[in-house]
Write a protein that binds this ligand. Structure first.
Ligand code: S3P
Length: 429
């Protein structure tokens, strides 16, 4: 098992971060959506994390030709997606598995999606059920709720689906299926979840329209889409670990360069701002979505906060935000976040377990938690195989010295995380 000991550091830091990992959600989508074109897509700054490389290698198994020079990739799709001669391994990635399920639902052939032990224990019925309803034959363990999933793709009926969960993975799976249905489909969610799928597919020429009544209208593809030509921006969820650290270390600051400023992705920064950090968004360009820099400066001790709305917009950042909540003067509350229970780990219990080991008082709720701000003490914390839990406690380690057990998972999304953290403190691995 890989472990890292992060030493306590009281010196302030001022970082300009040009090497935050490229966005994971967008990188997955680049690998997959390039299969919907008939020409070569050009992708710069693709995330070389285990999860997104798994999506790329699935694209290859489906017949794409891939030229790769570091993070610069050209993907030439096959004329028709081919039935692979082996199972398709999504690694640790829920996004990989759920989006590929939607993309393959309308393709003739047998496709078997699997993943690591964590992914094989995450719920898939959220995509399996609606895909079955429109004609896909899918099976898996527990009647199709758990991977491996065996998909027999074929003809798809159009749908009108009002989603009970605000999930970009469910939405994207259904949009991808809708592109291959025989007439228009409709999808609705209560809160707009991250919308990279709509933005990127529209940019490639797909007809996906948000109607006045809030429903998304998806028109089936009449011809292959235009190829992607994109430089993947930095991932705000990865940058957020350093944003938290800058806002809790006196006199510190960080600038996260060239990051997506998509409003469905930066809500955690808005919360940190409400807690008292000095945060500025500087938009510089718009390629499928707004891109720019985020500057974060320490501005005194953070205030406790209650977070219960727009949860889908900050769900991935809640582990790191919890570290910020743990150093305030009061009680912070997270509610309406039961989705945390089915992420890479049950993040309500894994985050609270880590905080308790560091001497922070917490209360577990069914759909969230309460954290009483206090002082971190030296501890050993387990990541439970969850990259965001591992990185959150590595950040907390700068305050008190923490040994994080099971750090290999960090490679799924942010392989150079420790290289950046080493600019701030000493790390023994
Ligand atoms: C993602 C969507 C979110 C997020 C995940 C990435 C995506 O999951 O938590 O890390 O790329 O679509 P849900 O859509 O299941 O909420």
């Amino acid at each position: 098992m890989r472990v890292a000991y992060i030493s306590k550091q009281s010196k302030s830091f001022n970082l300009v971060c040009k090497t935050i990992a490229p966005d994971k959600s967008i990188s997955h989508r680049c690998a997959m959506f390039s299969l919907l074109s008939d020409r070569t897509s050009t992708i710069k700054n693709f995330l070389l994390g285990e999860d997104t490389l798994a999506s790329l290698s699935i694209a290859e198994q489906l017949g794409a030709k891939i030229k790769r020079d570091g993070g610069d990739i050209e993907i030439t799709p096959p004329k028709e997606l081919k039935e692979p001669d082996n199972i398709l391994d999504c690694g640790n990635a829920g996004t990989g598995m759920r989006l590929y399920a939607g993309l393959l639902a309308g393709v003739n052939g047998l496709f078997i999606l699997t993943g690591d032990k964590y992914l094989r224990s995450r719920p898939m019925s959220r995509v399996v059920n609606p895909l079955r309803d429109i004609g896909t034959k899918i099976d898996g363990r527990e009647h199709g709720n758990l991977a491996p999933l065996a998909i027999r793709g074929g003809k798809l009926k159009p749908f009108r689906y009002n989603s009970a969960i605000d999930s970009a993975q469910v939405k994207s799976a259904l949009i991808l299926a809708g592109l291959r249905a025989y007439s228009k489909s409709y999808y609705r969610e209560n809160l707009l979840s991250r919308d990279h799928t709509e933005r990127m597919l529209r940019g490639m020429g797909a007809k996906i329209t948000r109607l006045d009544n809030g429903w998304l209208e998806i028109q089936p593809l009449k011809k292959p889409l235009d190829p992607l030509n994109i430089k993947v921006p930095a991932d705000p969820s990865s940058g957020f670990f350093f944003a938290v650290l800058a806002s809790i270390m006196p006199n510190s600051s960080v600038i996260i360069k060239d990051v997506t400023l998509n409003p469905t992705r930066v809500e955690a920064y808005n919360v940190l701002k409400e807690m008292g950090a000095n945060i500025e968004f500087i938009e510089k360009e718009n390629i499928y979505e707004p891109i720019g820099d985020i500057s974060i400066k320490y501005s005194g001790k953070l205030k406790a906060i209650t977070v219960k709305k727009n949860i889908a917009w900050l769900i991935d950042e809640l582990p790191a935000l919890s570290i910020a909540m743990a150093v305030t003067n009061g009680k912070s509350i997270v509610k309406n976040a039961k989705e945390l229970r089915v992420k890479e780990s049950d993040r309500i219990s894994t985050v609270l377990d880590g905080l308790n080991r560091c001497g922070i008082e917490t209360t577990e709720l069914k759909d969230g938690y309460e954290i009483i701000g206090g002082e971190f003490k030296e501890a050993t914390v387990n990541s439970y195989g969850d990259h965001r839990v591992a990185m959150s406690f590595a950040i907390a380690g700068v305050l008190c010295g923490i040994k994080v057990e099971d750090t290999a998972c960090i490679d799924t999304s942010f392989p150079n995380f420790f290289d950046i953290l080493e600019e701030i403190t000493e790390i023994k691995k």
